[in-house]
Design a binder for this molecule. Structure first.
Ligand code: HAM
Length: 421
């Protein structure tokens, strides 16, 4: 038997409702905040990801699904959405279409990571990116948006973690050198990976989960103390606005993010009860990326949330809305089935959710099937009902029955009233 690939999951009908719920609420809120959807391809030129995410990152060095096409071009299944959005933004000159742009996207991303709870090789993100605004107001707005989104979804037990990674011109190189010196002094206590990171990309050491590295890092210099005056002012204003808007957050000095394009504001949102993979969203500012890809200098900021993790967190914290009631038409005999076939169309045209039996079965079997399929109301239509033009309407929850006239419009309004009651 051929099975799904390791680290890749089917979303079964019993789970899809939660997905639709998160997608619908996110989409509505993003649109309310002025975002428009952008859909980009699932695969891109490999160079796009190497140049944006960074060669030394885990994503690029170990996790990409990269393959040559038939002509030998190197293609990669997108490991994240920002790079593609930036590419599309530059390619289609979206910067010419207004003072700033707010774009959102959703869909599958691919990373060859070790699968575990909350971590898969095909996972799904909903992301949002804003181009053309350098002001700290938009940084704060992105966090307010995330805060509003999680509270709308019913996720209350979440933490917003905030940091600044400074700028590549002034504060970051200085901080990197300082950190590197500190790490060299503690070289022997670092894990093998971090000993290598120390030379190539010392900021990456911050993410290490190794206990020995963690205890070294507890003493490490913190970047917020080394920000240049402009980056510090920006960061302080983001904090001030979050306080004004009453958004709870925490500063996390170790938050450096796993992608190299970030400048200044960096953030993550974690949820309780998810174990090690508890980041449900992450993002930050990337003020140089558009220019790096040939666009005009354009400050930008964005985030992406991980659908799988949000849904896992929801299962532990919030109750999903119930599906719309289902009506089952149980028709007994050929003539009744024909009548039901037409009646069900009227019900659906009136916006009701209805199914019927397509095979001849006994009433007992049909009622059992209605129950099994989750119907809350069943309409019974047999030879007698057809002759008298009166149907039986059965409430599946209360096990009560009543007679109603066989008239599509009348039935529809009666059912609607019952459903609303
Ligand atoms: P990221 O932190 O790599 O950022 O991913 C964002 C979210 O995607 C994570 O917080 C997590 O919820 C989810 N995620 C990541 N990897 C996996 C996985 N293997 N399995 C399940 N969920 C996962 C980005 O991707 C940036 N593009 C975000 C961004 C947008 N920054 C600026 N704009």
């Amino acid at each position: 038997m051929i099975k799904a690939i390791r680290g890749v999951k089917d979303i079964l009908p019993s789970e899809a409702r939660a997905w639709q719920y998160v997608e619908a609420i996110s989409r509505k809120l993003l649109e309310d905040y002025g975002f428009s959807e952008l859909r980009t391809p699932i695969f891109e030129d490999t160079a796009l990801f190497i140049r944006s995410i960074g060669e030394e990152t885990d994503i690029v060095s170990k996790e990409m699904y990269t393959f040559p096409d038939r002509k030998g071009h190197s293609l990669t299944l997108r490991p994240e959405g920002t790079a593609s959005v930036v590419r599309a933004f530059v390619e289609h000159k979206l910067y010419a279409q207004g003072p700033y742009q707010k774009l959102y996207y959703q869909g599958p991303m691919f990373r060859y990571e070790r699968p575990q709870a909350g971590r898969s090789r095909q996972f799904h993100q909903i992301g949002a990116e804003v181009f053309g605004l350098a002001e700290p107001d938009i940084d704060a707005e992105m966090l307010i948006l995330l805060n509003d989104l999680f509270s709308k979804l019913g996720l209350v037990d979440v933490n917003i973690l905030l940091n600044s990674v400074g700028c590549p011109e002034r504060c970051r190189p200085r901080y990197k050198r300082l950190l590197q010196e500190f790490l060299r002094q503690n070289f022997a206590s670092l894990c093998l990976d971090c000993q290598q990171r120390c030379e190539k990309n010392p900021l990456r050491v911050m993410d290490c989960k190794n206990e020995s590295c963690q205890s070294v890092l507890a003493q490490a210099p913190v970047i917020l103390e080394y920000l240049c005056p402009d980056c510090l002012r920006h960061h302080q204003e983001v904090e001030r606005l979050l306080k004004v808007a009453d958004i709870p957050y925490r500063i996390n000095h170790r938050l450096v993010r796993g992608l190299d394009y970030y400048t200044r504001t960096a953030f993550e949102v974690t949820a309780s009860g998810l174990g090690a993979q508890n980041a449900i969203a992450g993002g930050g500012r990337y003020d140089r990326l558009v220019e790096d890809f040939g666009g005009p200098p354009t400050p930008a900021i964005g985030f992406a949330l991980g659908m799988e993790r949000v849904i896992l967190a929801l299962a532990g914290q919030a109750s999903m809305p119930k599906p719309r009631p289902l009506i089952y038409l149980a028709a007994l005999g050929q003539a009744a089935r024909q009548e039901a076939f037409l009646l069900i169309r009227t019900l659906r045209q009136k916006g009701l959710r209805a199914i019927m039996n397509y095979q001849d079965r006994s009433l007992k079997t049909l009622l059992k099937q209605a129950d099994q399929m989750g119907a809350s109301l069943t309409i019974i239509l047999g030879e007698n009902e057809l002759a008298s033009r009166r149907l039986l309407l059965r409430d599946m929850v209360r096990s009560t029955q009543e007679e109603i006239a066989l008239d599509g419009d009348n039935i529809a309004s009666l059912l609607e009233a019952k459903i609303l009651a």
